[in-house]
Design a protein around this ligand. Structure first.
Ligand code: BG6
Length: 474
């Protein structure tokens, strides 16, 4: 039973902040081959085959925000806000450069030794994602990524190395970042090149099955190595509303929700849900399962449900509904006329967070953990370099209020972690221009800038929120 105090924190991911992409023995990650926004980042997410062998001008993850060299300064800044939990990921190719090397890269481990020691010194609970869009590229070359079951063994060896090394140092783990994203952006989610596949869905669901098996094995191993470990699964959340009360629209929203829940249904409840059978059949998917998979999945469910929330979603079937598709995000959704929308196509829906949390808790009855939430937008510093980001404060305040309403509704929630608390490169567009941070980083879309960090107005605001344990949100 998890009964800890609610944690206020910050969340980042190795590939979006560390940089040092080949330093001290690190191997290439799938993200290291993704170009920036201006050179086809989105296109590449969907058609990686077109780009993989090209030498492009600029790859944002190669330097990112140079967290690898500046992590001490960055963690001090976070500590200055009173951050209680710090989520980051370990870069798998930093530890196993080819994904399945016989020995781990000691230099890579030493980096995380220093990082977690610094977290502990500053009284921050590390929350660690084992794979955040960061499959080693060598496994794509060798196996076609997660399509091949051998990826499971490679991942498990990596996890075992990490669980043993950080026993007693890290307690909160997430096996895969937003596991449902594999159906939306298969290259990022599973290192999949699906262009030549006869049935792309077959490849996607088979790869996802391998991740589910890997996740269950990680849960089992993590608990054996240290019973104090708390190991979560993670969903890119945001409930689908029906476009109208037409039964067909309601049904469509139910089906879209099913598609997103499918994997965490397995991770949280221990078996494929009943609706999976029809979904697979109608899409010509035949899962290859090995003997022992079902019992492994059922015996090793996640301890908590981590989730990201940026927006609710909208689904409908009619012609009018289809005219209202919103572009710019990995998950296709329709335009909800009742919501404001950001320049990057995210519809702002704080009440949707309360709804989503209630739905998740009703469904799983396991503690939730909000490990990503925030507003991605352009910030323009004034003459003195200060960013007056009242819009970000407003977004966070309204979401925190609705999270607190959900908690009053009876939902158990372990904490709130603001996404990209220090500006970092965005996962979808690979841009710096779309910023989430309470701390500004002087770097632009072309990789220019001093990398200097500067607290924004939201920095002091979040500090007050944490100091008051969420009671002072003004
Ligand atoms: C989540 C990811 O999907 O959303 C993060 O876990 C990502 O890696 C975040 O950065 C925000 O999306 P984006 O594309 O604006 O960076």
């Amino acid at each position: 039973m998890i009964s800890e105090k609610f944690m206020w924190g910050a969340a980042m991911a190795a590939n979006q902040c560390e940089g040092a992409y080949l330093e001290e023995g690190k191997g290439l990650s799938i993200v290291d081959l993704l170009p920036d926004a201006a050179h086809g980042r989105w296109d590449m997410l969907y058609h990686p085959e077109k780009y993989l062998d090209k030498e492009l001008e600029f790859y944002p993850s190669h330097e990112a925000i140079d967290f690898y060299h500046r992590f001490r300064e960055d963690l001090e800044l976070l500590a200055g806000m009173g951050i209680q939990a710090f989520r980051t990921s370990i870069s798998w190719p930093r530890i196993f450069p080819n994904g399945d090397d016989s020995e781990p890269n000691e230099k890579g481990l030493e980096f995380y030794d220093r990082l977690f020691a610094e977290c502990r010194r500053l009284n921050m609970e590390p929350v660690v994602t084992l794979c955040h869009f960061d499959t080693p590229y060598a496994l794509v070359k060798k196996y076609g990524g997660w399509k091949d079951r051998r990826a499971v063994d490679a991942y498990c060896r990596y996890c075992e190395t990490i669980f043993r090394r950080y026993r007693g140092i890290v307690r909160y783990w997430i096996t895969f970042n937003e596991i449902n994203m594999i159906t939306h952006i298969p290259y990022l989610g599973g290192g999949l090149l699906i262009e030549g596949e006869d049935n792309p869905k077959q490849a996607i669901y088979q790869a996802a099955h391998h991740q589910l098996v890997a996740s269950a094995r990680a849960v089992q191993m993590g608990h054996e190595i240290d019973p104090e470990n708390r190991i979560g699964c993670m969903l890119a959340a945001g409930s689908f509303y029906p476009y109208s009360c037409r039964p067909e629209d309601v049904l469509e929203s139910l089906e879209k929700n099913h598609e997103n829940y499918l994997f965490i249904d397995v991770q949280a409840r221990g078996a494929y849900p009943a609706y999976a059978e029809r979904l697979f059949e109608e899409n010509g998917v035949v899962l290859k399962m090995e003997e022992g998979d079902s019992s492994l999945l059922s015996r090793n469910t996640a301890d908590y449900i981590a989730f990201s929330y940026y927006s609710s979603r909208l689904a409908g079937t009619g012609e009018e509904a289809r005219k209202n598709v919103v572009d710019g995000n990995a998950v296709t959704t329709l335009r909800n006329p009742y919501l404001d929308i950001t320049a990057w196509g995210r519809q702002i829906d704080p009440v949707g967070l309360r709804i989503t949390m209630n739905e998740l808790y009703d469904r799983y009855q396991k503690p939730l953990f909000l490990v990503e939430n925030g507003l991605g937008c352009e910030d323009i510093p004034d003459e003195s370099g200060f960013v007056q980001d009242d819009y970000r404060i407003d977004y966070a305040r309204r979401h925190i209020l609705q999270m607190q309403e959900a908690i009053k509704d009876g939902v158990k929630c372990l904490g709130y972690l603001a996404w990209g608390t220090i500006d970092l490169i965005s996962a979808g567009g690979g841009e710096m221009k779309k910023r989430y941070g309470f701390i500004y980083v002087d770097r632009d879309n072309n990789g220019k800038g001093t990398m200097k960090r500067r607290p924004k107005k939201s920095y002091e605001w979040y500090k007050r929120v944490i100091a008051s344990d969420g009671t002072k949100l003004d």
